[in-house]
Design a protein around this ligand. Sequence first.
Ligand SMILES: [Fe+2]
Length: 177
Amino acid sequence: MIPTREECLKLMGKYGMLENIISHSLEVAKVALFISSELNKRGQRIDLGLVEAASLLHDLTKTECLKTKEDHARTGSQLLRGMGYERIGEIVAQHIWLGATGDPLKVTEEEVVNYSDKRVMHDRFVSLEERFSDLKERYGFNQKAMDYLERLQKEIYGIENKIFFILQFDPNHLQPL
Ligand SMILES: [Fe+2]
């Protein structure tokens, strides 16, 4: 079961997402849909409806978690699974960390949403380099935090290589309209 765009927008309102997190999610959905349709033109079989809904809802509980300090990937995933959106829940659970490395020839909805989230800083489309230097500036206050960001960065460069090996163009030439 996949909610429509309208249903996603309603949920975003219902759960009181902050305006800036809504703008971020709208931009992530735009980028993720663009990358997915380019990948599908090159033989991938990404479910566009699923990518759009998961992108719109990936930070559904983030506003709440800013107060509770809970892990919003986990609480968002639980909330969505509880509504019957099992696949969306799986994707949201992996939007920060992917965990397992998948099939090198097949791009998953999890990978597209995770990657697109890392290419959108606030509501602006940027390179991974720019996104990570901002993250390090904002959150890299000690060595442990820096190591965490370094590991995250390494994982996402692997995904970028996989996606752009299939797309056959430079990630920095990507221009989602
Ligand atoms: Fe998030």
